[in-house]
Ligand binder design. Sequence first.
Ligand code: G3I
Length: 316
Amino acid sequence: PNNIILRDLATPRFFGAAANTSWLYHDKNYTEVISKQFSIFTPENEMKWENIEPEPNSFDFGPADEIVSFAESINAKMRGHNFMWGNQLPPWVNTSLTATELDRALQNHITKVMDHYRGKLYAIDVVNEMISDNTPNETFKDNIWTQKFGEDAVPKALTYARAVDKTPKLYINDYGIEGINSKSDTMYNVVKGFLADGVPLDAVGFQCHFGLNQVPTDLQANLQRFADLGLDVAITELDINLGAAFPGNATALAQQAQNYWEVVNACVSTNRCVSVTVWGVSDDHSWIPLGNPLPWNDIKQPKPAFFAIADAFEGK
Ligand code: G3I
């Protein structure tokens, strides 16, 4: 295992992780794994609105800068995360602004963050989790953005982002769109409409937060239909929650490994799938408390999932 480097096996794709400043440099073994294995990072929380612009036009870039500098130091890329989401908004954004004020706040936020990170972001999840869970009755989620801007919300964010900097790949990112289903059909129609209308969009991110043995069998076919629209696709937040099988006997860990293989293999089998990012590194630091969902265990030893990821990147 000491000589298996997933970022090398993934080439020409990127292998990534959600990075978190709570552990970067503070947890030695975490820092060692993260320094070696990945070629792209997403800040797990540090670029979210409540953290990076907690008060109007008052920015705290410190924690996100730490991750960006770390990535530069090991020649890894960055994915920004995120600009338009219904969660992790500071109260000043989520409450009293008029539509005009919110519009100015959104444009200012996108402009200041993208100016600060000019030249440093490979991609940005401009839009996160905006598709409704109640499709086809409703297209977009009910949140502050759709309450104030209706159907213009998502195109607004993408248009503001492209106006600042043409280089980063602009993503719409979501969960529950991994297989071919009503929600992914809605996403497909939304992005197809955007492309027809000239709304700037480069790619779709498929989060892939799965339970054990829940990887959709049509994941690759679904990635492919989005790629066929001329978009990049990426696996952006992969983890496999053991659920009832926690903490995971040998059988469960083997199933989990198989599930990781299925997801990475679907990406490798899709020409325009540019990256696989896991949502964390080791089980002890996952956002899921009792799920052991990641490729490294609590003591940062590689699990069967790690070797399955290697196999999939190698075409085995
Ligand atoms: O930093 C504060 C701390 O100051 C405070 O005392 C403490 C008390 O609750 O909260 C800390 O913030 C927490 C933050 O993680 C940092 O640990 C938030 O409460 C907690 O809600 C937040 O959770 C994050 C979650 O997004 C928020 O919705 C998870 O770490 C993060 O993994 C998760 O990531 C999301 C993606 O952005 C989008 N897709 C789904 C994915 C998983 O939910």
